[in-house]
Design a binder for this molecule. Structure first.
Ligand code: ZN
Ligand code: ZN
Ligand code: ZN
Length: 321
């Protein structure tokens, strides 16, 4: 089955693509706050199109599933769970007393007295001197050893391998362990550049047919809702009526499909019947598959393959009328 007419509302799909293709970088960002579940789009596509955000995301994910778009996680931002500020900096604390008054350095051990502390405490003008016994340290390996990097607390004297790290909010002043921080994930949906021309032309074809039908005295509605004899309302790409000719044309496009299937032809025939369409027109670069083509011919469903630019030619329009 052609999914773009059954999974998502096609007129909404067209609006979303039309909007994204006009963005400078053909992309839209989803900002998701993991803790609260809050989400918004930037630019705010959903608000610009008066659509529900979940519905907009369904459409974007559908376009991704059809390989016309990519979705990438581009950023993870941490924020303060109290005041929501992103101005948080990691701070290192003493494992013993929690003080932030600590420093990091190589540890020197003076063999003869056993004193051990950061190198900076041994440094004098001339070289190294033990702060405890005040002897000069001469030869590394014989008088003393220079060991690994460690942390020293200036508040309690504790010497340790790695500090406790937590996060200090610069706005409200609170400290938090990493697991308590809020997290915002930023995703980017971006149109595949190789598909841009195809999308542009596919959007153009409805506009082009619209113009030609109007010239021929039709009353045309594009990206609209039409209610059938059954009372059911459908979203259709184009619906044109001409009371003088007693003609009703239903036209549909396919942007993301590579093939139009027999199920889709059956759906169109039923749709055309309910909408009392005299002619059903399929505008697409995608071919019918073999059985779909047979059935489409049998039902007299007309296929229009527009010019590369998306233009529907005068000759093609005349054949429809
Ligand atoms: Zn301490
Ligand atoms: Zn010493
Ligand atoms: Zn805060």
């Amino acid at each position: 089955m052609s999914l773009e007419h059954t999974r998502v509302v096609h007129t909404e799909l067209m609006e979303v693509l039309k909007n994204i293709i006009t963005q400078e970088d053909s992309s839209v960002r989803l900002i998701l706050q993991k803790n609260t579940g809050e989400k918004f789009l930037y630019p705010p596509l959903d608000k610009m199109l008066y659509m529900n955000i979940d519905r907009t995301l369904d459409i974007l994910d559908f376009v991704v599933s059809k390989n016309f778009m990519t979705k990438k996680q581009i950023e993870t931002l941490k924020f303060c769970p109290i005041c929501f500020s992103y101005e948080i900096i990691p701070t290192e604390h003493c494992t013993n007393c929690g003080s932030t008054n600590i420093s990091r350095g190589r540890v020197i051990e003076h063999f003869s007295c056993g004193y051990r502390n950061l190198e900076s405490l041994f440094v004098t003008n001339g070289g190294l001197e033990c702060p405890r016994c005040h002897k000069t340290l001469m030869i590394e390996g014989k008088d003393y050893s220079r060991g690994k990097l460690m942390y020293k607390c200036h508040a309690c004297g504790n010497l340790y391998d790695s500090p406790i790290i937590d996060y200090h909010c610069q706005k409200c002043g609170e400290y938090f362990p990493i697991e308590e921080l809020g997290e915002t994930i930023v995703y980017q949906y971006e149109l595949e550049s190789s598909k841009k021309d195809l999308i542009q032309s596919s959007l153009k074809m409805v506009e082009s047919l619209d113009g030609s039908l109007k010239e021929n005295g039709y009353n045309v509605k594009r990206g609209t809702q039409v209610t059938g004899a059954s009372g059911i309302t459908y979203d259709v790409d184009l619906y044109a009526t001409n009371s003088a000719k007693e003609d009703v044309i239903l036209a549909v496009t396919y942007l993301l499909e590579d093939k139009i299937t027999i199920d889709e032809v059956l759906r169109l025939q039923a749709l055309g019947y309910d909408l009392n369409a005299k002619k059903i027109v399929v505008m697409s670069y995608a071919p019918f598959d073999q059985r779909a083509e047979f059935l489409a011919n049998y039902y007299n469903i007309k296929k229009v393959v527009p010019e590369k630019t998306g233009e529907v030619t005068k000759e093609q329009v005349i054949k429809l009328l």
